[in-house]
Design a protein around this ligand. Sequence first.
Ligand code: SF4
Ligand code: SF4
Length: 322
Amino acid sequence: MLKIGYLNLDNPLAIISSNGSSDLGSFSGSAGLIMLGRFNLDEVTPSEIKRTMDRRRPRSALGFSVVGGELEDLTETAKMAAQRGHLIEVELPRTDGISDLVRAIKNSGATLSVRVRPDAVDDLRPLARELKEAGADILHLDLRDLGSGAPKIVKKISDGGAPPLMVRCDVGDFQDARNILSMGADMISLSDEADPEFVAWLADILKRFHDLVGWYNAPKHICSGGDLRGMAFCCPPVKNCLLLGALKKVGISPKEFVDRKLALTKGTPLEPGDGTCFGSLAWCCKITKPCFMRDAVLDRHGIAPDEYMRLKKKLAVDLLKA
Ligand code: SF4
Ligand code: SF4
Protein backbone atom coordinates (compact mmCIF):
# COMPACT_ATOMS: atom_id res chain seq x y z
CA MET A 1 0.00 0.00 0.00
CA LEU A 2 2.83 2.37 0.80
CA LYS A 3 6.53 2.35 -0.10
CA ILE A 4 8.99 4.63 1.65
CA GLY A 5 12.67 4.02 0.91
CA TYR A 6 13.12 0.26 1.17
CA LEU A 7 10.12 -0.09 3.49
CA ASN A 8 7.01 -1.72 2.11
CA LEU A 9 4.17 -0.88 4.44
CA ASP A 10 0.89 -2.72 4.52
CA ASN A 11 -0.89 0.36 5.88
CA PRO A 12 0.00 3.89 7.05
CA LEU A 13 -0.15 3.27 10.82
CA ALA A 14 3.02 3.21 12.93
CA ILE A 15 3.22 2.14 16.56
CA ILE A 16 5.91 3.94 18.51
CA SER A 17 7.44 2.28 21.52
CA SER A 18 8.35 4.56 24.37
CA ASN A 19 10.65 1.92 25.81
CA GLY A 20 13.10 -0.17 23.81
CA SER A 21 12.28 -3.27 25.79
CA SER A 22 8.51 -3.11 25.53
CA ASP A 23 6.76 -5.95 23.76
CA LEU A 24 4.87 -4.73 20.73
CA GLY A 25 3.85 -8.21 19.63
CA SER A 26 0.16 -7.36 19.91
CA PHE A 27 0.58 -4.95 16.98
CA SER A 28 2.56 -7.37 14.83
CA GLY A 29 0.88 -7.70 11.45
CA SER A 30 -1.73 -5.01 12.16
CA ALA A 31 0.35 -1.81 12.32
CA GLY A 32 2.19 -1.03 9.09
CA LEU A 33 5.33 -0.11 11.03
CA ILE A 34 6.53 -0.92 14.52
CA MET A 35 9.16 1.38 15.94
CA LEU A 36 11.28 0.53 18.94
CA GLY A 37 13.26 2.98 20.99
CA ARG A 38 14.18 5.40 21.76
CA PHE A 39 17.78 4.34 22.19
CA ASN A 40 20.17 6.89 23.59
CA LEU A 41 23.47 6.50 21.76
CA ASP A 42 25.22 8.21 24.66
CA GLU A 43 24.19 5.24 26.81
CA VAL A 44 23.93 2.20 24.52
CA THR A 45 26.24 1.04 21.77
CA PRO A 46 25.19 0.32 18.20
CA SER A 47 25.86 -3.39 18.91
CA GLU A 48 23.40 -3.36 21.81
CA ILE A 49 20.75 -1.83 19.58
CA LYS A 50 21.51 -4.49 16.97
CA ARG A 51 21.04 -7.27 19.56
CA THR A 52 17.71 -5.79 20.69
CA MET A 53 16.51 -5.45 17.12
CA ASP A 54 17.57 -8.97 16.21
CA ARG A 55 15.31 -10.35 18.94
CA ARG A 56 12.24 -8.86 17.20
CA ARG A 57 10.61 -10.54 14.25
CA PRO A 58 7.26 -8.79 13.81
CA ARG A 59 5.05 -9.34 10.77
CA SER A 60 5.10 -5.55 10.28
CA ALA A 61 7.93 -3.39 8.97
CA LEU A 62 10.35 -2.59 11.78
CA GLY A 63 12.24 0.52 12.79
CA PHE A 64 13.85 2.16 15.78
CA SER A 65 14.58 5.65 16.99
CA VAL A 66 17.78 7.06 18.41
CA VAL A 67 18.92 10.20 20.20
CA GLY A 68 22.36 11.46 21.14
CA GLY A 69 25.63 9.92 20.03
CA GLU A 70 28.42 11.10 17.81
CA LEU A 71 28.16 11.05 14.03
CA GLU A 72 30.27 7.90 13.91
CA ASP A 73 27.80 6.02 16.16
CA LEU A 74 24.89 7.26 14.11
CA THR A 75 26.35 6.14 10.81
CA GLU A 76 27.32 2.74 12.23
CA THR A 77 23.78 2.29 13.57
CA ALA A 78 22.34 3.47 10.26
CA LYS A 79 24.42 0.87 8.37
CA MET A 80 23.04 -1.81 10.64
CA ALA A 81 19.50 -0.55 9.96
CA ALA A 82 20.13 -0.61 6.19
CA GLN A 83 21.49 -4.19 6.31
CA ARG A 84 18.36 -5.38 8.09
CA GLY A 85 15.87 -3.27 6.15
CA HIS A 86 14.88 -1.31 9.28
CA LEU A 87 13.85 2.32 9.44
CA ILE A 88 16.18 4.47 11.52
CA GLU A 89 14.67 7.54 13.13
CA VAL A 90 16.81 10.33 14.49
CA GLU A 91 15.37 12.76 16.97
CA LEU A 92 16.38 16.22 15.92
CA PRO A 93 18.93 17.51 18.42
CA ARG A 94 19.37 20.91 16.79
CA THR A 95 18.69 22.45 13.42
CA ASP A 96 22.19 23.62 12.52
CA GLY A 97 24.10 21.17 10.38
CA ILE A 98 21.01 19.01 9.87
CA SER A 99 21.60 18.63 6.11
CA ASP A 100 25.08 17.21 6.69
CA LEU A 101 23.76 14.82 9.31
CA VAL A 102 20.99 13.61 7.00
CA ARG A 103 23.39 13.18 4.09
CA ALA A 104 25.85 11.23 6.22
CA ILE A 105 23.12 8.84 7.38
CA LYS A 106 21.67 8.52 3.90
CA ASN A 107 25.12 7.63 2.56
CA SER A 108 24.95 4.51 4.73
CA GLY A 109 21.99 3.41 2.60
CA ALA A 110 19.42 3.60 5.43
CA THR A 111 15.82 4.71 5.13
CA LEU A 112 15.73 7.68 7.47
CA SER A 113 13.03 9.41 9.48
CA VAL A 114 13.74 12.68 11.29
CA ARG A 115 11.56 13.40 14.28
CA VAL A 116 10.78 16.87 15.48
CA ARG A 117 8.29 18.63 17.75
CA PRO A 118 6.85 21.78 16.20
CA ASP A 119 7.81 23.81 19.28
CA ALA A 120 11.46 22.84 18.71
CA VAL A 121 11.67 25.30 15.81
CA ASP A 122 9.79 28.51 15.05
CA ASP A 123 8.82 27.73 11.49
CA LEU A 124 9.00 24.15 10.33
CA ARG A 125 8.65 24.90 6.64
CA PRO A 126 12.27 25.84 5.87
CA LEU A 127 13.44 22.87 7.92
CA ALA A 128 11.06 20.52 6.08
CA ARG A 129 12.33 21.79 2.73
CA GLU A 130 15.93 21.38 3.87
CA LEU A 131 15.24 17.81 5.00
CA LYS A 132 13.61 17.01 1.69
CA GLU A 133 16.54 18.38 -0.27
CA ALA A 134 19.02 16.50 1.91
CA GLY A 135 17.17 13.23 1.18
CA ALA A 136 15.31 12.42 4.44
CA ASP A 137 12.66 9.78 3.74
CA ILE A 138 10.22 10.81 6.47
CA LEU A 139 9.61 13.85 8.63
CA HIS A 140 7.97 12.67 11.86
CA LEU A 141 6.00 15.44 13.55
CA ASP A 142 4.63 15.22 17.04
CA LEU A 143 1.38 17.23 16.97
CA ARG A 144 -0.36 15.58 19.91
CA ASP A 145 -1.06 18.77 21.83
CA LEU A 146 -2.52 20.67 18.90
CA GLY A 147 -5.92 18.95 18.75
CA SER A 148 -8.01 20.27 15.87
CA GLY A 149 -5.12 22.55 14.80
CA ALA A 150 -3.02 19.59 13.70
CA PRO A 151 -4.45 19.21 10.16
CA LYS A 152 -3.74 22.90 9.43
CA ILE A 153 -0.08 22.49 10.43
CA VAL A 154 0.19 19.38 8.26
CA LYS A 155 -1.23 21.25 5.28
CA LYS A 156 1.13 24.19 5.79
CA ILE A 157 4.19 21.98 5.95
CA SER A 158 3.09 19.70 3.12
CA ASP A 159 2.36 22.69 0.87
CA GLY A 160 5.74 24.22 1.66
CA GLY A 161 7.57 21.14 0.33
CA ALA A 162 8.46 18.30 2.67
CA PRO A 163 9.49 14.65 2.73
CA PRO A 164 6.64 12.17 3.35
CA LEU A 165 5.06 13.18 6.66
CA MET A 166 4.41 10.84 9.59
CA VAL A 167 2.22 12.60 12.14
CA ARG A 168 1.83 11.72 15.79
CA CYS A 169 -1.60 12.93 16.81
CA ASP A 170 -4.74 12.02 18.68
CA VAL A 171 -6.77 9.70 16.52
CA GLY A 172 -9.96 8.18 17.91
CA ASP A 173 -11.74 7.11 14.74
CA PHE A 174 -11.54 6.84 10.97
CA GLN A 175 -12.56 10.47 10.45
CA ASP A 176 -9.74 11.74 12.69
CA ALA A 177 -7.31 9.70 10.59
CA ARG A 178 -8.78 11.03 7.34
CA ASN A 179 -8.58 14.63 8.62
CA ILE A 180 -4.81 14.29 8.95
CA LEU A 181 -4.17 12.13 5.89
CA SER A 182 -6.24 14.31 3.55
CA MET A 183 -4.07 17.33 4.44
CA GLY A 184 -0.89 15.70 3.18
CA ALA A 185 0.21 13.27 5.91
CA ASP A 186 1.44 9.93 4.59
CA MET A 187 1.48 8.10 7.91
CA ILE A 188 0.01 8.35 11.39
CA SER A 189 1.97 7.29 14.44
CA LEU A 190 0.32 6.09 17.62
CA SER A 191 1.59 5.28 21.07
CA ASP A 192 2.16 1.68 22.12
CA GLU A 193 -0.57 2.32 24.68
CA ALA A 194 -3.14 2.30 21.85
CA ASP A 195 -5.70 -0.49 21.96
CA PRO A 196 -4.42 -3.26 19.63
CA GLU A 197 -7.99 -4.00 18.52
CA PHE A 198 -8.51 -0.37 17.57
CA VAL A 199 -5.23 -0.32 15.63
CA ALA A 200 -6.14 -3.52 13.76
CA TRP A 201 -9.60 -2.09 12.97
CA LEU A 202 -8.24 1.28 11.77
CA ALA A 203 -5.51 -0.36 9.68
CA ASP A 204 -8.08 -2.60 8.05
CA ILE A 205 -10.52 0.20 7.28
CA LEU A 206 -7.74 2.37 5.81
CA LYS A 207 -6.69 -0.51 3.57
CA ARG A 208 -10.25 -1.08 2.43
CA PHE A 209 -10.68 2.64 1.80
CA HIS A 210 -7.49 2.61 -0.28
CA ASP A 211 -8.66 -0.42 -2.29
CA LEU A 212 -11.94 1.35 -2.95
CA VAL A 213 -10.73 4.83 -3.91
CA GLY A 214 -7.11 4.13 -4.94
CA TRP A 215 -5.57 6.97 -2.91
CA TYR A 216 -5.83 6.61 0.87
CA ASN A 217 -4.55 10.13 1.59
CA ALA A 218 -6.23 11.89 -1.31
CA PRO A 219 -6.58 15.64 -0.71
CA LYS A 220 -9.83 17.58 -0.61
CA HIS A 221 -10.61 19.93 -3.47
CA ILE A 222 -8.72 23.21 -3.10
CA CYS A 223 -12.01 25.09 -2.63
CA SER A 224 -12.89 22.74 0.25
CA GLY A 225 -9.66 23.58 2.07
CA GLY A 226 -7.46 20.91 0.49
CA ASP A 227 -3.69 21.12 0.19
CA LEU A 228 -1.86 21.81 -3.08
CA ARG A 229 -2.17 18.21 -4.29
CA GLY A 230 -5.86 19.07 -4.75
CA MET A 231 -4.90 20.97 -7.93
CA ALA A 232 -5.15 17.59 -9.66
CA PHE A 233 -8.94 17.95 -9.31
CA CYS A 234 -9.12 21.63 -10.30
CA CYS A 235 -11.01 23.07 -13.23
CA PRO A 236 -9.24 25.40 -15.67
CA PRO A 237 -8.76 28.75 -13.90
CA VAL A 238 -11.68 30.50 -15.57
CA LYS A 239 -13.12 32.17 -12.50
CA ASN A 240 -11.99 33.86 -9.33
CA CYS A 241 -11.53 31.01 -6.89
CA LEU A 242 -9.03 29.61 -4.40
CA LEU A 243 -7.04 27.96 -7.20
CA LEU A 244 -5.53 31.37 -7.97
CA GLY A 245 -4.02 31.56 -4.48
CA ALA A 246 -2.76 27.99 -4.81
CA LEU A 247 -1.07 28.83 -8.11
CA LYS A 248 0.64 31.81 -6.46
CA LYS A 249 2.03 29.49 -3.78
CA VAL A 250 3.41 27.17 -6.44
CA GLY A 251 4.70 30.15 -8.43
CA ILE A 252 3.01 29.48 -11.76
CA SER A 253 0.54 31.51 -13.79
CA PRO A 254 -2.98 30.30 -14.65
CA LYS A 255 -1.84 29.81 -18.28
CA GLU A 256 1.16 27.74 -17.18
CA PHE A 257 -1.18 25.64 -15.05
CA VAL A 258 -3.43 24.92 -18.03
CA ASP A 259 -0.47 24.12 -20.29
CA ARG A 260 1.13 21.92 -17.64
CA LYS A 261 -2.03 19.93 -16.92
CA LEU A 262 -2.74 19.40 -20.61
CA ALA A 263 0.86 18.32 -21.28
CA LEU A 264 0.90 15.93 -18.33
CA THR A 265 -2.37 14.24 -19.30
CA LYS A 266 -1.86 14.16 -23.08
CA GLY A 267 -1.87 10.58 -24.31
CA THR A 268 -2.87 9.23 -20.86
CA PRO A 269 -6.25 7.79 -19.81
CA LEU A 270 -7.01 11.20 -18.27
CA GLU A 271 -7.00 12.93 -21.66
CA PRO A 272 -10.50 12.04 -22.92
CA GLY A 273 -13.58 13.63 -21.43
CA ASP A 274 -16.35 14.10 -24.00
CA GLY A 275 -19.44 15.27 -22.17
CA THR A 276 -17.61 16.47 -19.05
CA CYS A 277 -17.58 20.12 -17.97
CA PHE A 278 -14.21 20.92 -19.57
CA GLY A 279 -13.81 18.17 -22.16
CA SER A 280 -11.13 16.15 -20.36
CA LEU A 281 -10.83 14.05 -17.21
CA ALA A 282 -7.75 16.18 -16.48
CA TRP A 283 -10.13 18.77 -15.02
CA CYS A 284 -12.53 16.39 -13.31
CA CYS A 285 -13.40 16.13 -9.61
CA LYS A 286 -12.56 13.53 -6.99
CA ILE A 287 -14.22 10.19 -7.36
CA THR A 288 -16.02 10.73 -4.06
CA LYS A 289 -17.89 13.64 -5.66
CA PRO A 290 -20.80 12.00 -7.49
CA CYS A 291 -20.86 12.88 -11.21
CA PHE A 292 -22.62 10.85 -13.91
CA MET A 293 -20.81 12.73 -16.71
CA ARG A 294 -17.33 11.79 -15.48
CA ASP A 295 -18.47 8.27 -14.63
CA ALA A 296 -19.84 7.81 -18.15
CA VAL A 297 -16.38 8.65 -19.57
CA LEU A 298 -14.70 6.29 -17.11
CA ASP A 299 -17.10 3.52 -18.14
CA ARG A 300 -16.62 4.20 -21.84
CA HIS A 301 -12.84 3.99 -21.51
CA GLY A 302 -12.79 1.09 -19.05
CA ILE A 303 -11.13 3.11 -16.26
CA ALA A 304 -11.99 1.79 -12.81
CA PRO A 305 -12.66 4.42 -10.10
CA ASP A 306 -9.54 3.45 -8.08
CA GLU A 307 -7.44 3.60 -11.26
CA TYR A 308 -8.82 7.10 -11.96
CA MET A 309 -7.66 8.21 -8.51
CA ARG A 310 -4.23 6.62 -8.95
CA LEU A 311 -3.87 8.58 -12.18
CA LYS A 312 -4.90 11.76 -10.36
CA LYS A 313 -2.33 11.01 -7.66
CA LYS A 314 0.40 10.78 -10.27
CA LEU A 315 -0.88 13.98 -11.85
CA ALA A 316 -0.69 15.75 -8.46
CA VAL A 317 2.91 14.59 -7.94
CA ASP A 318 3.92 15.63 -11.45
CA LEU A 319 2.16 19.00 -11.22
CA LEU A 320 3.99 19.86 -8.03
CA LYS A 321 7.41 18.74 -9.15
CA ALA A 322 7.30 20.16 -12.68
S1 SF4 B 1 -10.59 25.49 -9.88
FE1 SF4 B 1 -12.52 24.44 -9.41
S2 SF4 B 1 -11.99 22.78 -8.01
FE2 SF4 B 1 -10.24 24.21 -8.05
S3 SF4 B 1 -10.59 25.60 -6.35
FE3 SF4 B 1 -11.52 26.55 -8.12
S4 SF4 B 1 -13.65 25.87 -8.11
FE4 SF4 B 1 -12.52 24.53 -6.73
S1 SF4 C 1 -17.88 16.60 -15.31
FE1 SF4 C 1 -18.33 16.14 -13.18
S2 SF4 C 1 -16.39 15.47 -12.34
FE2 SF4 C 1 -15.92 16.52 -14.25
S3 SF4 C 1 -15.54 18.66 -13.65
FE3 SF4 C 1 -17.72 18.51 -14.17
S4 SF4 C 1 -18.72 18.10 -12.21
FE4 SF4 C 1 -16.55 17.65 -11.92
